[in-house]
Each structure stands twice: as structure tokens, then as C-alpha cells.
Ligand binder design. Structure first.
Ligand SMILES: *Cc1c(COP(=O)(O)O)cnc(C)c1O
Length: 461
């Protein structure tokens, strides 16, 4: 068909606006945005015709459907629940640590109205937003003082800016890390105005390397947890205890970026020993920073604990205002930390810790249940249960795996990757992986409710 004839077959705006379904969107987005959206699509349709991609007259119903879909995209929230069937517990792309429903319920009550976020109810005047959890943090870690900012990257930036500006910060060459999302220690140093003084070598740094580097220009010693990698073999690093003693001797603060930061030892669950925040404080670190949404299992935050004299400097720094946490974070952090008063509660009430603590046997039971629920439906898959390994994620315990079970789907008719892609387009997207032509649904990161959704949704594929 001739291009001009096809162009003439495009319905005009008024015709489209008469459509009942399209008109319904007017209530939600207003007539101006509605017309703009339609105009955009008509523009696209025109280009497609001119480029020769459309050979027949425009079908009015198809066009309306296309407009409807676009409008739906525009009006529906883009951020939504997904089901994490990857088994990676602290999946940064999927929002790291989930917050429990009970905590969300309490936050809802508080955040949908006003709160005492920065109001001291006992004294009847302005208070501090850390006041809801700083004593708890001190109690749990043994530190003198505590605060929190937006995330751990911000915490490190703040510590360096407030204590190291125009001075040298001594860091081991083996600890100049890059964390996902472009957080690199040397870059953060530059941003903070601190001068990086590298000591030692990639695999070995000794106490005397630090010692020799101390001059009039030294502002701090920084120890960075090599969260997401491990140097194995002929290696040596200096323990925080010895660094703290060296710092005290020279009157230099010793800071630690602990990365994930655990308050409970995870060895019982088959993970290697990680220094806990308490151990770092006990060993004499002046300030320790760690993330709220990694192994702590709380909201995104950068928690700083340590000596009061340094914390006071941080609190007065202008960056603190720019990096301050909001009411949701303050509330969620307080609730998270309260669970740690009794470690048993932390392990059963914080979803991320609960997933770590799940035994392979628990997971096998869940996997069998999911498998059976699926087998009862007529699905075009061969379905089975197989052992698998899950990761912690979030740059924590990079070399450790947790043993569990997965429901494994095999499909003869379709390509595995095509099914994995289609699962991401479901109303509640299911994120999973393809391995040796099989779809792996790791059950460790699934709630009971997720399993029911998966079974329901697979029928839509
Ligand atoms: C994860 C991590 C960070 C960044 O923490 P965020 O809370 O993601 O900003 C910084 N340093 C180390 C060592 C980390 O592991």
C-alpha cells in the first residue's frame, strides 16, 4: 500500500479520545498528559510508516490497544515487588535486605503521619534523629557513640572528609578496594580531600610499613575490609588491634570501613569468621563504619560507631546534613537493632538473617512442596528438586556458599533463556537463572507466599 494512503488511515486525536478505555485514563493523568502521550504514539506510528515498517492501513483497534498499553505503563508504578529465585540473599540489584512485614507495619503507622523524628518528647524541644537508635548501637557494639548516614559509602566519605582533609590517610595496598557501583577507595579519598598514602604491597603489608609512613602529615590510618574479594596464598595484613595501638602511640585516629558489618558470628551457619563490629571496637578502632542493608539485615544506611570525641567532629561536619537519613530509615534501623537485643530474635525476625540461618533440610522441604504444587498443575516442564549452592551477595563472604535446594525446570519446547526472560515479564516478575539448559529456582530466598505466586504465574507463561 502507498505510504500516503497509510498515513491517511491513521485515526485522529479526537477519534481516539472518544474511545471509552482511553478516556478512562484522563481521570488519572489529566487531559494534557493524555493528549501528549497519544500524540507521541501517533508520531511513532507516522515514522514507522515513513520508514517502510508498516505496509497496511492502520487498524484502529490495534492502535487503541497500543495506546492503552503505553498509558498503562505510564500510570502503573514502575517499581514493584519481584520474586528473588536467585538464592542470592543480599542482591544489590533487587534491593538487598528485605524488611519484615511486622516492621513495615510499624513504620507505616509512624510515617503516614507525624513522628518524633527530631523531637525530644521528654524535654519538649528539638532532638536528634540518631537518638532513637544511638544508645542501642552503643549497647550492642560497646562503642561510646554512634550515628548513621545514607549508606556506608557516605559514611566513609564523611569520616575521611571530617578527619582527614588535606592530611594523609595511610591505607594498605591490599585494601584499595572497588565495591560494585563505582565505589573505589582511592576515588572516595580524592573526593574527601584526603591524600592517599599507600603502604605495603598487594599481598603483604606489615606493621612497620604503617609505622614508617607516619609523619607530621598523617591524619589517620584506615583499614578497609576486602569485602568482595580474597587474596589467598602468601599474604599478610595487620590486625586492627596492632594498628589501634600504633595509632594511640602517635595520636592518630584508626578508622575501619567494615563493609558488611556483622553483629552476630555467622560461623554456625557454615560461613567463615568475620570480625564483628563489637570485636573491632574492643580491639580499639576509633571509628567503624558498616552498611545497614547488608548482613545487618536492615534498611540502607551507613552506620558509624566509635569514640565520642571523633563522632562529635563528624556530627558537626556540613556533609552530615547532606547525607542525613530520612524517617523511614531511622525507624527501620531502630526496629532492626532492637531485634539484636536477643540474637535469637534477630535470626528469626530479620528476613535476611533468617534466610542465612535456614538449614538445607528446611529448604529441601520447601523445595519439595513447591515442586509438588507445580506438578499438580499442567505445566510444560519436567520438574524436579536438586541440591544447589546460594550466595550471600552484597559483596559479603565472596567465596562462601550456602548449601540448599532448588526446584529445577526443564523445558523441551522452548529455549531456557527465553523462559527466564518471559518470567521477568510476569505481573510479579520472577528473577531466576538458566544453567545447563535448566531453569533454577533457588528456594532459599523464597517466602511461602512467593511459592504460591510462582505456581499461579507459571500457568501464564
Ligand atoms: C559495601 C561496601 C561499601 C559500600 O556500602 P554501601 O552501604 O553499599 O554504600 C563500602 N565499603 C565496603 C568495604 C563495602 O563492602
Amino acid at each position: 500500500m502507498d505510504k500516503r494512503a497509510i498515513l491517511r488511515s491513521i485515526p485522529n486525536m479526537n477519534e481516539l479520545l472518544e474511545d471509552k478505555k482511553i478516556r478512562e485514563f484522563q481521570e488519572r493523568i489529566g487531559s494534557e498528559q493524555l493528549k501528549k502521550a497519544i500524540r507521541n504514539i501517533l508520531e511513532q506510528v507516522r515514522s514507522e510508516i515513513i520508514e517502510g515498517k508498516t505496509e497496511n492501513a492502520i487498524n484502529e483497534n490495534h492502535l487503541k490497544e497500543r495506546i492503552g498499553k503505553q498509558l498503562e505503563k505510564l500510570t502503573e508504578p514502575d517499581m514493584k515487588k519481584v520474586i528473588n529465585a536467585t538464592g542470592t540473599i543480599l542482591h544489590t540489584n533487587l534491593g538487598r535486605a528485605p524488611i519484615s512485614k511486622e516492621h513495615i507495619q510499624q513504620i507505616l503507622c509512624m510515617a503516614s503521619g507525624y513522628s518524633n523524628l527530631e523531637y525530644d518528647l521528654d524535654k519538649g524541644h528539638r532532638g536528634e534523629r540518631y537518638s532513637h537508635f544511638d544508645e542501642l548501637l552503643c549497647r550492642l557494639t560497646g562503642a561510646e557513640a554512634a550515628m548513621a548516614v545514607n549508606n556506608n559509602a557516605a559514611a566513609v566519605l564523611l569520616m575521611l572528609s571530617a578527619l582527614g582533609k588535606e592530611k594523609e590517610a595511610i591505607v594498605s595496598r591490599g585494601e584499595l578496594v572497588e565495591i560494585g557501583g563505582k565505589f573505589r577507595i582511592p576515588d572516595v579519598m580524592e573526593q574527601s580531600g584526603t591524600i592517599l598514602k599507600e603502604v605495603g604491597t598487594t599481598n603483604k603489608t606489615h606493621l612497620e610499613d604503617y609505622e614508617k609512613a607516619i609523619t607530621e602529615e598523617t591524619g589517620m590510618i584506615l583499614k578497609v575490609h576486602t569485602s568482595n574479594y580474597q587474596i589467598v596464598g602468601f599474604t599478610e595484613s595487620v590486625e586492627i588491634q596492632r594498628l589501634a595501638a600504633l595509632g594511640r602511640e602517635h595520636g592518630i585516629p584508626v578508622l575501619a570501613d567494615l563493609g558488611s558489618g556483622v553483629l552476630l558470628s555467622m560461623e554456625k551457619y557454615g560461613l567463615p569468621h568475620e570480625p564483628t563490629v563489637q570485636e573491632m571496637i574492643q580491639a580499639g578502632a576509633d571509628l567503624v563504619s558498616f552498611s545497614g542493608d547488608k548482613l545487618l539485615g536492615g534498611p540502607q544506611a551507613g552506620i558509624i560507631v566509635g569514640k565520642k570525641k571523633y563522632m562529635d567532629i563528624l556530627k558537626k561536619h556540613p556533609l552530615t546534613r547532606a547525607l542525613r537519613i530520612d524517617k523511614f530509615t531511622a525507624a527501620a534501623l531502630e526496629l532492626t537493632l532492637r531485634e539484636y537485643l536477643n540474637p535469637k530474635n534477630a535470626l528469626s525476625n530479620l528476613p535476611a538473617l533468617k534466610m542465612i540461618a535456614k538449614t538445607a533440610e528446611d529448604i529441601r522441604k520447601d523445595a519439595n512442596e513447591l515442586c509438588q504444587m507445580m506438578q499438580e498443575k499442567e505445566l510444560p516442564f519436567e520438574i524436579g528438586v536438586e541440591p544447589c549452592e546460594s550466595q550471600i551477595g552484597g559483596g559479603a563472604f565472596p567465596t562462601a556458599n550456602l548449601s540448599g535446594y532448588a526446584v529445577v525446570l526443564t523445558c523441551k519446547q522452548k529455549k531456557c533463556q527465553d523462559i527466564v526472560d518471559a518470567m521477568e515479564q510476569l505481573p510479579v516478575p520472577v528473577i531466576c537463572r538458566c544453567q545447563k539448559d535448566q531453569i533454577i529456582l533457588d528456594v532459599r530466598t523464597l517466602e511461602k507466599e512467593d511459592m504460591e505466586i510462582i505456581v499461579r504465574e507459571l500457568e501464564l507463561l
